[in-house]
Design a protein. Structure first.
Length: 241
């Protein structure tokens, strides 16, 4: 049998060197390139308001701070809908609603910190004898939001303004005394479970324990100045920006 040509041997050796160099480059590139963000599977729940939040959250995938709440949190959405802070607010939402949708939300977005800012929509339905039911729902919601390992902080509910005319129309069904008892219970739950507490009520209320008139347009919802006041305490020390 005749031996292989020296030229053939040179060609084979060169090809082997090129192949090895190519593999090394691919390995180096794989080590250096940042992992591509994984878009979580989003499955519509059937509720258009919550689905809109779930779809936005699925497009983000992860965030430093996730804020869960109602229309007050929804008002944060324009400025906070990215990977630093993601505002998951749904108008009219209460604790019973988020007990259903919180697990769906946490399937599609992974936060380092969760802030729960919720309760004002529960308050008009509550008589003092119904407060224990609210606290049970609230505590269970806290458990759901923290079970994935995220740090949890709860925000006390903002005060309301019950003035005359348009400035106070939305707050007329809310009993300030019930709201204060709800806030006291929220703090007790947080203290017992080791959650952080954001004292939003104290930071925003005036001397009479009311929401100052310039900070609201209907007694509950905030003006631009109201959001600026609230955001200072809500996000203090919790973002990279």
């Amino acid at each position: 049998m005749r031996g292989l040509s020296p030229v053939f041997g040179i060609v084979v050796t060169a090809a082997a060197v090129v192949f090895a160099f190519s593999c090394a480059l691919q390995r180096h590139g794989a080590e250096e390139a940042p992992p591509a963000p994984v878009r979580a599977a989003y499955e519509p729940s059937g509720n258009a308001l919550f689905d809109a939040v779930l779809e936005r959250a699925a497009g983000v995938g992860s965030c430093e701070v996730l804020v869960v709440g109602d229309s007050l949190v929804e008002g944060l959405h324009k400025n906070y809908s990215g990977r630093d802070i993601f505002a998951a607010g749904v108008q009219g939402a209460g604790t019973a609603d988020w007990l259903t949708y919180a697990p769906l939300l946490l399937r599609v977005i992974k936060p380092r910190t969760v802030i729960l800012a919720l309760g004002v929509n529960d308050s008009p339905r509550l008589r003092p004898d119904k407060l224990p039911d609210f606290f049970r729902r609230y505590e269970e919601l806290c458990r759901l939001l923290s079970e994935g390992g995220a740090e949890l902080a709860v925000s006390t509910m903002l005060p309301v303004h019950r003035g005359k005319g348009k400035k106070g129309r939305a707050a007329k069904r809310i009993d300030p005394a019930v709201l204060r008892r709800m806030n006291a219970g929220i703090v007790r739950i947080a203290d017992a479970r080791g959650y952080g507490v954001i004292h939003s009520f104290a930071a925003v209320a005036d001397g009479a324990g009311m929401l100052p008139q310039p900070l609201t347009f209907d007694g509950i919802h905030l003006t631009k100045a109201g959001y600026e006041r609230w955001e200072k305490v809500l996000f203090a020390g919790r973002t990279s920006s």
